[in-house]
Design a binder for this molecule. Structure first.
Ligand SMILES: [Zn+2]
Length: 468
């Protein structure tokens, strides 16, 4: 029998998974019809393509990944074709999603994404004014309406005061928070200090009047009583003017004098003691003989940067700094993440990854990528970049940031990202000019040039940390 000549075939419910019908109807001279059922099986979800966002920043609330689920050219619909559930998707770390097939799809599959810490600078920080610079200010940190816990979410350190009437506190992120930010806490002049100030002024005024009185008596022949009285009242007016001026300025001047003296004394007597509290990790980039594609056969980035690190270590140690390197031997090698992690784990205050850049032969100049986890990093970056460029006789192309793809605010370079994540937020990747540039490469291959460079860099660091 031939289809469409002797019978026709029609289907029902034959698109979606489930029971479908096939109806065979006779064509003249055949009559009647036969209905048969058949099953359309669900497609296994394990055969579809799933892509998910890799890195998402902590929000304090459960995070859902942006998932794209496709089967061939068909985009599957959440709720119709599948259901998603999440596990461990609030705090920093590895989060998991599970997709369960629905309707035409069956089975489950799961995948992971990462929740990365949010920079502490994105939080709202308020501080109550304090009365003295020795007081511990009460600081409140909130993020997305949530109050952060001290020592769980952040730690607080006091920073050497710059202004006599301001305390600067550093807030370092911990756990779900990363990076470092600063808050200025005003020091209010306590009532008692003002009262003391007023007493001093009154005493001063009385003394002044006394002196005038004495001199008036001595010069009696030049003064009559009325003149003395008018002189006294002039002094009174002057004293009142002086008094109102003093209320605003006198305590501040006193405080400034004390602070400056204390700092000056500390610097003069304890340079090396101060430096000994600062740990620096130097990371000569790559490994021995790495990056030989330069103008000179005896230049390789991995070797020359190791030599520079050795010189810089010596220089920094002569100022009293504690210096660690990621490659004590030229043949040593660590993975990118391990280098930054080492600086964080050993409690370094500063991490410098030393490199030379590659580009066309006309590309030139120094550039520094600084970790976005600490807003203050740009200050050192600018100083260091200018000093290196000056020593190398080239230009400083600037202090730069590079964001991790899909994660704005997260450092692109693994050395800096990992250093910051593990607690060393002052992390820098320094490009000492281009080894693909003739004059910059000639400079860098020369050992005495590297010595000069090390001296210049160490001096900037010593100045930055107020050691000299
Ligand atoms: Zn490099």
């Amino acid at each position: 029998m031939k289809k469409n000549t002797h019978y026709t075939v029609t289907y029902q419910n034959n698109t979606k998974a489930g029971t479908a019908k096939v109806i065979i109807k006779g064509k003249s001279p055949y009559t009647g019809s036969v209905t048969k059922t058949f099953k359309i099986m669900q497609k296994s979800i394990s055969s579809v393509t799933v892509t998910s966002s890799n890195y998402l920043t902590y929000t304090g609330k459960p995070i859902t990944a942006t998932l794209s689920v496709t089967s061939g050219k068909t985009k599957l619909k959440s709720g119709t074709d599948y259901q998603v559930t999440y596990q461990s998707n609030t705090n920093v770390g590895q989060a998991r999603y599970t997709i369960k097939g629905k309707g035409n799809y069956t089975g489950t599959r799961s995948g992971v994404f990462y929740i990365i810490p949010v920079n502490i600078s994105k939080t709202k920080i308020t501080a109550e004014p304090v009365e003295q610079d020795t007081d511990t200010p009460s600081i409140k940190v909130t993020y997305n309406g949530k109050t952060l816990k001290k020592n769980t979410d952040y730690t607080v350190q006091s920073v050497t005061p710059i202004e006599p009437d301001t305390l600067q506190m550093a807030i370092t992120g911990k756990g779900n928070y990363c990076g470092k930010t600063y808050v200025n806490v005003p020091i209010t002049i306590p009532e008692t200090t003002s009262a003391a100030g007023i007493t001093e002024i009154i005493a001063g005024t009385l003394m002044l009047l006394g002196v005038l009185g004495v001199s008036a008596r001595k010069k009696r022949k030049f003064f009559n009583k009325r003149k003395v009285l008018s002189g006294v009242s002039t002094c009174m007016v002057a004293a009142v003017v002086l008094f109102s001026f003093s209320v605003n300025t006198a305590p501040e001047v006193t405080a400034q004098t004390v602070v400056t003296d204390t700092i000056a004394k500390a610097y003069a007597s304890a340079d090396k003691k101060k430096a000994a509290k600062i740990k620096i990790t130097l990371d000569p980039g790559h490994v021995k003989d790495y990056n030989r594609f330069t103008y000179f056969s005896n230049y390789s980035e991995g070797t020359q940067m190791w030599k520079l690190a050795c010189e810089l270590k010596k220089e920094l140690e002569s100022y009293g700094f504690v210096v660690v390197t990621t490659r004590p031997k030229v043949t040593d090698f660590l993975e990118v993440a391990e280098r930054g992690q080492l600086a964080g784990n050993n409690g370094s205050d500063l991490f410098l990854s030393l490199h030379s850049n590659a580009g066309g032969s006309s590309a030139s100049g120094v550039e520094i990528y600084y970790s976005m986890s600490d807003q203050n990093n740009k200050v050192l970056s600018d100083k260091l970049g200018k000093a290196i460029a000056k020593t190398m006789g080239t230009s400083f192309n600037g202090s730069k940031n590079r964001h991790y793809p899909g994660a704005t605010g997260v450092d692109y370079y693994g050395v800096c990202r990992n250093a910051a994540f593990y607690g060393c937020t002052a992390a820098f990747l320094v490009e000492h000019g281009f080894h693909t540039n003739y004059s910059e490469s000639s400079f860098l291959k020369n050992s005495s040039s590297l010595k000069k460079l090390a001296k210049a860099e160490a001096k900037v660091i010593a100045e930055y940390y107020d050691v000299i």
